[in-house]
Design a protein around this ligand. Structure first.
Ligand SMILES: *Cc1c(COP(=O)(O)O)cnc(C)c1O
Length: 424
């Protein structure tokens, strides 16, 4: 697939005149079209619901767009639960898929009426302790171990992952929970990340459906939902074939008809907890070229750094870059595109062929809409950028202001040098 920015140079100039770069820009039109298609692809399932993985892009304005389409919130911490509560996502609109969970967070979730998804069997006791008794509806996270293969390709290595319960443990957990009064059960599993194949969800679904049918047969538990979690990926690289959500939805439906319907389980709701797939392609990091350096290599220094988008630095992840206004120019210059951190890994691109970049050019770093801003940090005293929503009508809205030094120093506010510190 060809990669084109969802914004023009002219529009970015207009935005930058008001809100200086760097900023994360989000495409409302793309977000809406994508979530509409997701819902259509799973419309065969009456109870289908997407719980957006809040950690991917914890911005209430963006999550509220998804809420219009009936999406809930998948939370992993108390602050994420607080954010969900604030936008009215409570009760069955919360899926709490945490791990290594502090006990008081179970109570906080339960007070909001959220669904607790247990990562470990020992947490049955923790929830009992925290909440007085187990909630009526609960879920367990499953990890079959081993490697997850699609045809002959190893997709990921669940046996090495810290998440979820073993097969033996999930049977034991369901038996204990049933005895302690749980009435509605769910199964959750997340085995592969960023899959760019239509086969992952259907294969995972089949595995979980078979487990569900057996749990029901052996323990007589009432399983009301199966949560396929996240993991549907996006094509970060040009030329990569994107997932087809309709093929994926149809693949899950086939497994449902094959396994659940004959087991008398045709009322089971399918849940998903997508993050990357929901927003990844619909956000870009917009940054300006501010320095060029000609030493052993050709460097372009931009005003964003790994603190704004750390995937290239920590995973060596590829993010496509467009030079705005030069989309059709020949890519005949080889650059390292760098940020300003005192870390050599702070490069958005290494040996990347790009059009000739002039100082002041705007670069659009693609696919930063999920696991982008949210992974940001303050190393080197770098401040988090603003987030801006490009609306369907072409107007734009600030949906998070940029940090100031005052934010950076906020946790010193109890010391007497604070006022001096924040003086500019
Ligand atoms: C991170 C995460 C997700 C979302 O993953 P994506 O790769 O963004 O789809 C969903 N569920 C849980 C429990 C997660 O930790």
């Amino acid at each position: 697939m060809e990669k084109k920015p969802f914004v023009t140079k002219e529009k970015v100039e207009e935005i930058a005149a008001k809100y200086p770069t760097p900023f994360h820009l989000y495409d409302e039109k793309g977000i809406r079209e994508n979530v509409e298609n997701l819902k259509k692809a799973f419309s065969w399932n009456k109870g289908y619901k997407e719980y957006f993985a809040v950690k991917a892009t914890p911005n209430p304005f963006l999550i509220n767009i998804l809420r219009e389409y009936g999406c809930g919130c998948d939370c992993s911490s108390k602050p994420e639960l607080m954010l969900s509560r604030t936008i009215g996502a409570v009760g069955d609109d919360i899926m709490f898929s945490s791990n290594d969970t502090p006990i008081d967070e179970f109570k906080y979730c339960n007070d909001l009426g959220g669904i607790i998804n247990l990562d470990d069997i020992t947490h049955i006791e923790a929830v009992e302790k925290a909440c007085g008794k187990l909630p009526k509806k609960m879920s367990c996270r499953y990890n079959p171990g081993g490697v997850f293969k699609i045809t002959n390709d190893i997709m990921d290595n669940p046996g090495d992952a810290k998440y979820g319960m073993t097969t033996e443990q999930i049977y034991e957990a369901f038996a204990i929970m049933k005895e302690k009064g749980v009435e509605e059960f769910g199964i959750h599993s997340f085995l592969c990340s960023n899959t760019v194949t239509n086969e992952y969800y259907p294969m995972l679904a089949k595995l979980l459906f078979e487990l569900a049918a057996d749990l029901k047969a052996k323990l007589g538990v009432h399983i009301t939902f199966i949560n396929l979690s996240g993991g549907i990926g996006i094509p970060y690289k040009p030329g990569q074939e994107p997932n087809d959500i309709f093929v994926i939805g149809e693949g899950v439906r086939k497994a449902y008809e094959e396994v659940l319907v004959p087991a008398g389980m045709d009322d089971v709701a399918i849940f998903t907890e997508l993050g990357r797939y929901m927003l990844g392609p619909y956000g870009g990091l917009v940054t300006k070229a501010i320095n060029e350096k000609h030493t052993h290599k050709e460097y372009i220094g931009v005003d964003a750094c790994a603190a704004n988008l750390m995937r290239p630095a920590i995973y060596g992840a590829y993010h496509h870059i467009s030079v705005l206004g030069k989309e059709n120019d020949e890519c005949n210059c080889k650059y390292d595109v760098t940020g300003s951190l005192c870390e050599n890994c702070d490069k958005f691109a290494v040996d990347r062929m790009l059009p000739k970049i002039d100082m002041g050019d705007y670069l659009f770093i693609h696919d930063a809409g999920a696991h982008g801003f949210s992974m940001g940090y303050n190393y080197n005293g770098k401040l988090r950028s603003s987030e801006i929503l490009l609306k369907e009508d072409g107007s734009f809205q600030l949906i998070r202001r940029a940090e100031t030094p005052k934010d950076y120093f906020a946790t010193f506010d109890c010391f007497d040098f604070y006022d001096e510190l924040i003086k500019e």
